[in-house]
Design a protein around this ligand. Sequence first.
Ligand code: TXA
Ligand code: MG
Length: 364
Amino acid sequence: MRAKILPFTPENIQKAAQAIQEGAVVGMPTETVYGLAGDSQSPLALTRIFETKERPTFDPLIIHVNSSAKNLYELECLRLVDASKLSADAQKIADQLIQRFWPGPLTLVLPKHSNVPELATSGLQTVALRMPQHPIAQALIAESGRSLAAPSANRFGRISPTSAQAVAEELGDRIDWILDGGNCSIGVESTVVSLNESGEVLLLRPGGVPQKQIEEVLGARILIPTPDSSGFQLPGPGMLQSHYSPSKPFRLLPKEVLQLKLSDLSEIKEEIGSLSPQSLIGLLTLSGDCEKKADHLRKLVQRPVLAAALSEKGDLQEAAQALFSKMRWLDASSATFLVAEPCLVQEGLGHAIRDRLTRASARH
Ligand code: TXA
Ligand code: MG
């Protein structure tokens, strides 16, 4: 493996910042997931981000900004946003969202400044911005003196990394440095919202900030865009149907495991039936009672089952934090076919967990 995992020291931040200034890309922890960071102004760095991830260039990047940029005016001074394209109402809303949720897991899609390279926004006239809360991300932005474009540090379509080791598994042979920030505290990506000229807020991706908290600030409902209403012809990867996928077949169960009857499994029965009787089935459960659930599924599918729970007590925060690492663990296990319990909670982080499980289990 080429990549070195660097602990959080001033020297290592300097080393990584210098690499960024030279146009290299670096693995960077954030509170949501690890990012693959590069100078958002450097065409070389942007090209490297797309190449390293094997990401199609039609998927725009999020630019991570310095923790001093706490309003629209500052973002305009950084030549990231063109606030004149927003109505006075929309400007006010943007400032309210920034003040309430930055630094933190909220990404705002705003009209872009002409200075932002087209490659970063995939030719869109909008730019996605976020101020990460993680001290290492903040230190790297400050030390390099750059705003950092950073998609999640996984190969395109794969499971997002929530530890330095997971970045190494994904991209360790393609990059030199991964800053080690331990396990990400939130575990799912930022919530992405866009703001149109008149100040309507659209939810483009559920994530670390619950929809309800944003609606509290707005005093209004967020719109959930259909392809027509969003105004974007090109979907981002977060909006692609299939994403965050393990390398093995991964299917969402129709019910909680203990409620399952054989007749509920009609969709996957054939797939499992074609596996040898010794094939191990990986089971991802939302809450504990793993052994009981594994036992129940074992009897239904007549195959051995290996289970992992996202949270023993069914706590959503704990479940979100564990989601990608447990998916990764099952993917690396000797199980050949993976299934997951559905997340039945719509609220808060449940929304993001449901979204990721649904996309991860979408057939390619
Ligand atoms: O938590 C996060 O947001 C992580 C960490 C590293 O900050 N980053 C992340 O980046 O998830 P990525 O590239 O995996 O996802 C970025 C999402 C995609 O769904 C992309 O389509 C959307 O943001 N996006 C970026 N720019 C956009 C734009 N101008 N309009 C609409 N969607 C945009
Ligand atoms: Mg991603």
